[in-house]
Design a protein around this ligand. Structure first.
Ligand SMILES: C[S@@+](CC[C@H](N)C(=O)[O-])C[C@H]1O[C@@H](n2cnc3c(N)ncnc32)[C@H](O)[C@@H]1O
Length: 270
Protein backbone atom coordinates (compact mmCIF):
# COMPACT_ATOMS: atom_id res chain seq x y z
CA UNK A 1 0.00 0.00 0.00
CA UNK A 2 0.95 3.67 -0.28
CA UNK A 3 2.19 5.54 2.82
CA UNK A 4 -0.45 7.17 5.05
CA UNK A 5 1.55 10.40 5.42
CA UNK A 6 3.72 12.58 3.22
CA UNK A 7 7.23 12.75 4.63
CA UNK A 8 10.34 14.69 3.63
CA UNK A 9 12.82 12.29 2.10
CA UNK A 10 10.05 9.81 1.30
CA UNK A 11 11.39 6.87 -0.65
CA UNK A 12 8.52 5.99 -2.97
CA UNK A 13 10.63 6.36 -6.08
CA UNK A 14 13.42 4.09 -4.77
CA UNK A 15 11.20 1.34 -3.40
CA UNK A 16 11.69 -1.10 -6.28
CA UNK A 17 15.50 -0.83 -6.14
CA UNK A 18 15.57 -1.26 -2.36
CA UNK A 19 13.20 -4.22 -2.38
CA UNK A 20 15.25 -5.82 -5.15
CA UNK A 21 18.09 -6.08 -2.62
CA UNK A 22 15.87 -7.55 0.11
CA UNK A 23 14.43 -10.82 -1.18
CA UNK A 24 10.88 -11.44 -0.03
CA UNK A 25 10.50 -13.96 2.76
CA UNK A 26 7.85 -14.51 5.42
CA UNK A 27 10.38 -16.25 7.64
CA UNK A 28 12.53 -13.16 8.07
CA UNK A 29 11.65 -10.15 10.18
CA UNK A 30 11.93 -6.72 8.59
CA UNK A 31 13.07 -3.63 10.54
CA UNK A 32 12.97 0.05 9.64
CA UNK A 33 14.81 2.21 12.25
CA UNK A 34 14.16 5.59 10.50
CA UNK A 35 10.62 4.89 9.30
CA UNK A 36 9.28 8.43 8.59
CA UNK A 37 6.40 7.98 6.13
CA UNK A 38 7.43 4.33 5.72
CA UNK A 39 7.29 4.13 1.92
CA UNK A 40 9.31 0.90 1.89
CA UNK A 41 7.54 -0.62 4.89
CA UNK A 42 4.03 0.01 3.48
CA UNK A 43 5.03 -1.24 0.06
CA UNK A 44 6.57 -4.42 1.48
CA UNK A 45 3.71 -5.14 3.91
CA UNK A 46 5.90 -7.43 6.06
CA UNK A 47 4.26 -9.96 8.36
CA UNK A 48 6.91 -9.70 11.11
CA UNK A 49 8.46 -6.34 11.66
CA UNK A 50 9.63 -3.43 13.80
CA UNK A 51 9.43 0.24 12.89
CA UNK A 52 11.08 3.11 14.74
CA UNK A 53 11.55 6.85 14.51
CA UNK A 54 12.85 9.42 16.99
CA UNK A 55 9.75 11.57 16.33
CA UNK A 56 7.34 10.61 19.14
CA UNK A 57 4.29 12.30 17.60
CA UNK A 58 4.82 10.20 14.46
CA UNK A 59 5.16 6.93 16.37
CA UNK A 60 2.10 7.80 18.45
CA UNK A 61 0.25 8.22 15.14
CA UNK A 62 1.19 4.71 13.97
CA UNK A 63 0.22 3.25 17.37
CA UNK A 64 -3.19 4.92 17.15
CA UNK A 65 -3.67 3.69 13.57
CA UNK A 66 -2.89 0.18 14.80
CA UNK A 67 -4.90 0.19 18.03
CA UNK A 68 -7.74 2.71 17.54
CA UNK A 69 -8.38 3.22 13.81
CA UNK A 70 -12.12 3.94 14.18
CA UNK A 71 -11.55 6.55 16.90
CA UNK A 72 -8.90 8.20 14.73
CA UNK A 73 -11.27 8.29 11.75
CA UNK A 74 -14.02 9.77 13.91
CA UNK A 75 -11.80 12.52 15.32
CA UNK A 76 -10.07 13.49 12.08
CA UNK A 77 -13.32 13.46 10.08
CA UNK A 78 -14.46 16.49 12.05
CA UNK A 79 -11.58 18.61 10.73
CA UNK A 80 -12.07 20.81 7.68
CA UNK A 81 -9.65 22.20 5.10
CA UNK A 82 -9.92 25.88 5.88
CA UNK A 83 -7.20 28.42 6.68
CA UNK A 84 -8.50 29.75 9.99
CA UNK A 85 -9.26 26.25 11.22
CA UNK A 86 -5.76 25.11 10.18
CA UNK A 87 -4.10 27.66 12.46
CA UNK A 88 -6.45 26.79 15.33
CA UNK A 89 -5.65 23.09 14.98
CA UNK A 90 -1.95 23.87 14.69
CA UNK A 91 -2.08 25.79 18.00
CA UNK A 92 -3.92 22.90 19.58
CA UNK A 93 -1.26 20.46 18.31
CA UNK A 94 1.37 22.69 19.92
CA UNK A 95 -0.41 22.38 23.26
CA UNK A 96 0.63 18.68 23.07
CA UNK A 97 -2.80 17.08 23.67
CA UNK A 98 -2.70 14.29 26.20
CA UNK A 99 -5.20 12.15 24.33
CA UNK A 100 -3.17 10.04 21.86
CA UNK A 101 -6.10 9.84 19.43
CA UNK A 102 -6.51 13.62 19.31
CA UNK A 103 -2.77 14.04 18.83
CA UNK A 104 -2.77 11.52 15.96
CA UNK A 105 -5.85 13.12 14.36
CA UNK A 106 -4.20 16.52 14.42
CA UNK A 107 -0.97 15.14 12.96
CA UNK A 108 -2.95 13.56 10.11
CA UNK A 109 -4.85 16.80 9.50
CA UNK A 110 -1.72 19.00 9.53
CA UNK A 111 0.08 16.56 7.25
CA UNK A 112 -2.71 16.64 4.66
CA UNK A 113 -3.42 20.38 4.78
CA UNK A 114 -0.08 22.00 5.75
CA UNK A 115 2.41 23.34 3.25
CA UNK A 116 3.92 20.45 1.27
CA UNK A 117 3.03 17.97 4.00
CA UNK A 118 6.15 19.03 5.87
CA UNK A 119 6.83 18.20 9.49
CA UNK A 120 8.94 21.06 10.81
CA UNK A 121 9.36 22.41 14.33
CA UNK A 122 11.14 25.52 15.59
CA UNK A 123 13.83 25.61 18.28
CA UNK A 124 11.13 25.43 20.96
CA UNK A 125 9.76 22.28 19.38
CA UNK A 126 6.63 24.02 18.09
CA UNK A 127 5.20 22.87 14.77
CA UNK A 128 5.42 25.89 12.46
CA UNK A 129 4.43 24.75 8.96
CA UNK A 130 2.06 27.25 7.27
CA UNK A 131 -1.30 26.46 5.68
CA UNK A 132 -0.92 24.66 2.34
CA UNK A 133 -2.79 25.35 -0.89
CA UNK A 134 -4.55 22.27 -2.21
CA UNK A 135 -7.58 21.54 -4.28
CA UNK A 136 -9.93 19.78 -1.89
CA UNK A 137 -7.37 17.60 -0.05
CA UNK A 138 -8.53 14.26 1.34
CA UNK A 139 -7.81 14.28 5.04
CA UNK A 140 -9.24 10.90 6.01
CA UNK A 141 -8.93 7.87 3.76
CA UNK A 142 -10.96 5.31 5.69
CA UNK A 143 -9.89 2.28 3.64
CA UNK A 144 -6.22 3.14 3.87
CA UNK A 145 -6.39 3.64 7.62
CA UNK A 146 -8.09 0.26 8.08
CA UNK A 147 -5.64 -1.45 5.76
CA UNK A 148 -2.67 0.12 7.60
CA UNK A 149 -4.21 -0.84 10.93
CA UNK A 150 -4.33 -4.51 9.91
CA UNK A 151 -0.81 -4.30 8.57
CA UNK A 152 0.53 -2.76 11.79
CA UNK A 153 -1.12 -5.39 14.01
CA UNK A 154 1.96 -7.58 14.40
CA UNK A 155 4.44 -4.73 14.25
CA UNK A 156 6.64 -3.63 17.14
CA UNK A 157 6.33 0.18 17.10
CA UNK A 158 9.37 1.72 18.78
CA UNK A 159 10.20 5.36 19.56
CA UNK A 160 13.85 5.68 20.31
CA UNK A 161 17.26 6.14 18.74
CA UNK A 162 18.09 3.91 15.74
CA UNK A 163 20.62 2.02 17.90
CA UNK A 164 17.71 -0.13 19.19
CA UNK A 165 18.17 -2.24 16.08
CA UNK A 166 21.10 -4.13 17.61
CA UNK A 167 18.77 -5.52 20.29
CA UNK A 168 15.87 -6.10 17.90
CA UNK A 169 17.37 -7.78 14.84
CA UNK A 170 18.31 -11.44 14.68
CA UNK A 171 20.34 -13.51 12.24
CA UNK A 172 18.58 -13.76 8.89
CA UNK A 173 16.51 -10.58 9.38
CA UNK A 174 16.35 -7.67 6.96
CA UNK A 175 16.69 -3.99 7.60
CA UNK A 176 16.27 -0.77 5.60
CA UNK A 177 17.97 2.33 7.03
CA UNK A 178 17.09 5.77 5.72
CA UNK A 179 18.81 8.35 7.95
CA UNK A 180 18.71 12.12 7.47
CA UNK A 181 21.24 12.58 4.68
CA UNK A 182 24.68 14.12 4.83
CA UNK A 183 24.24 17.40 2.90
CA UNK A 184 25.63 17.36 -0.62
CA UNK A 185 28.18 20.17 -0.67
CA UNK A 186 31.78 20.67 -1.72
CA UNK A 187 32.81 21.33 1.85
CA UNK A 188 31.15 18.20 3.20
CA UNK A 189 34.07 16.46 4.88
CA UNK A 190 35.06 15.76 8.44
CA UNK A 191 33.73 18.96 9.89
CA UNK A 192 31.32 19.05 12.76
CA UNK A 193 28.07 19.99 11.09
CA UNK A 194 24.65 19.02 12.14
CA UNK A 195 21.50 18.70 10.05
CA UNK A 196 18.15 18.26 11.68
CA UNK A 197 19.99 17.12 14.78
CA UNK A 198 21.72 14.29 12.91
CA UNK A 199 25.43 14.86 13.31
CA UNK A 200 28.54 13.45 11.76
CA UNK A 201 29.05 11.37 14.89
CA UNK A 202 25.60 9.84 14.24
CA UNK A 203 26.72 8.92 10.71
CA UNK A 204 29.78 7.24 12.22
CA UNK A 205 27.61 5.41 14.73
CA UNK A 206 25.34 4.29 11.91
CA UNK A 207 28.34 2.91 9.99
CA UNK A 208 29.41 0.96 13.10
CA UNK A 209 25.89 -0.42 13.44
CA UNK A 210 25.92 -1.56 9.81
CA UNK A 211 29.22 -3.36 10.47
CA UNK A 212 27.66 -5.03 13.50
CA UNK A 213 24.49 -6.00 11.56
CA UNK A 214 26.69 -7.60 8.94
CA UNK A 215 28.50 -9.63 11.63
CA UNK A 216 25.09 -10.65 13.00
CA UNK A 217 24.08 -11.95 9.54
CA UNK A 218 21.36 -9.32 9.12
CA UNK A 219 20.87 -8.12 5.54
CA UNK A 220 20.73 -4.33 5.40
CA UNK A 221 20.23 -1.62 2.81
CA UNK A 222 20.99 1.97 3.71
CA UNK A 223 20.36 5.04 1.56
CA UNK A 224 22.48 8.14 1.88
CA UNK A 225 23.93 10.93 -0.23
CA UNK A 226 26.97 10.36 -2.39
CA UNK A 227 29.48 12.51 -0.53
CA UNK A 228 33.13 12.37 0.45
CA UNK A 229 32.11 11.78 4.04
CA UNK A 230 30.04 8.72 3.19
CA UNK A 231 32.76 7.35 0.87
CA UNK A 232 35.42 7.69 3.56
CA UNK A 233 33.19 6.26 6.27
CA UNK A 234 32.49 3.10 4.24
CA UNK A 235 35.74 2.64 2.31
CA UNK A 236 37.11 -0.16 4.50
CA UNK A 237 33.85 -1.99 5.15
CA UNK A 238 33.69 -4.08 1.98
CA UNK A 239 29.99 -3.19 1.57
CA UNK A 240 28.52 -2.72 -1.86
CA UNK A 241 28.05 1.01 -2.64
CA UNK A 242 25.53 1.44 -5.44
CA UNK A 243 25.36 4.96 -6.95
CA UNK A 244 21.94 6.21 -8.04
CA UNK A 245 21.15 9.30 -10.02
CA UNK A 246 18.08 10.90 -8.50
CA UNK A 247 16.57 14.16 -7.47
CA UNK A 248 15.63 14.51 -3.84
CA UNK A 249 13.22 17.03 -2.41
CA UNK A 250 15.35 18.64 0.26
CA UNK A 251 13.24 21.64 1.05
CA UNK A 252 9.82 23.01 0.40
CA UNK A 253 11.05 25.09 -2.56
CA UNK A 254 10.93 23.37 -5.91
CA UNK A 255 14.00 25.39 -6.95
CA UNK A 256 16.07 23.68 -4.29
CA UNK A 257 15.32 20.14 -5.33
CA UNK A 258 18.87 18.85 -5.26
CA UNK A 259 19.59 17.09 -8.46
CA UNK A 260 22.51 14.95 -7.55
CA UNK A 261 23.60 11.53 -6.53
CA UNK A 262 22.48 9.16 -3.88
CA UNK A 263 23.92 5.82 -2.91
CA UNK A 264 22.58 2.59 -1.55
CA UNK A 265 25.01 0.91 0.84
CA UNK A 266 24.36 -2.78 1.35
CA UNK A 267 25.73 -6.15 2.40
CA UNK A 268 23.05 -7.89 0.32
CA UNK A 269 24.37 -10.70 -1.85
CA UNK A 270 21.47 -10.43 -4.33
C1 LIG B 1 14.86 10.51 5.53
S1 LIG B 1 13.65 10.36 6.80
C2 LIG B 1 12.99 8.77 6.47
C3 LIG B 1 12.02 8.78 5.30
C4 LIG B 1 11.28 7.46 5.08
N1 LIG B 1 12.17 6.46 4.52
C5 LIG B 1 10.08 7.64 4.16
O1 LIG B 1 9.91 6.91 3.18
O2 LIG B 1 9.26 8.52 4.44
C6 LIG B 1 14.62 10.21 8.24
C7 LIG B 1 13.86 9.96 9.54
O3 LIG B 1 14.83 9.71 10.58
C8 LIG B 1 14.30 10.19 11.81
N2 LIG B 1 15.45 10.33 12.74
C9 LIG B 1 16.34 11.34 12.87
N3 LIG B 1 17.27 11.05 13.81
C10 LIG B 1 16.98 9.81 14.28
C11 LIG B 1 17.57 8.95 15.27
N4 LIG B 1 18.68 9.31 15.93
N5 LIG B 1 17.00 7.73 15.49
C12 LIG B 1 15.88 7.36 14.82
N6 LIG B 1 15.27 8.14 13.88
C13 LIG B 1 15.81 9.35 13.62
C14 LIG B 1 13.60 11.49 11.42
O4 LIG B 1 12.60 11.82 12.38
C15 LIG B 1 13.02 11.13 10.03
O5 LIG B 1 11.67 10.73 10.11
Amino acid sequence: MRPLLKWAGGKRRLVEKILGLLPRSDERSYHEPFVGGGAVFFNLEPTRSSINDINHRLMNFYRVVRDSPDELIEVASQYRYEKEEYYERRSRFNEMPEDPVEDAGLLLYLNKTGYNGLYRVNSKGLFNVPFGRYKDPRIVNVEMIHHASRLLRGVNIVNTDFGYILNEAEAGDQCYLDPPYVPVSKTASFVDYSVGGFKETDQERLRDICVRLDEMDVTFVQSNSDTELIKSLYKDTGFNIIPLRTSRLISSKVSSRASGYEVLITNSQV
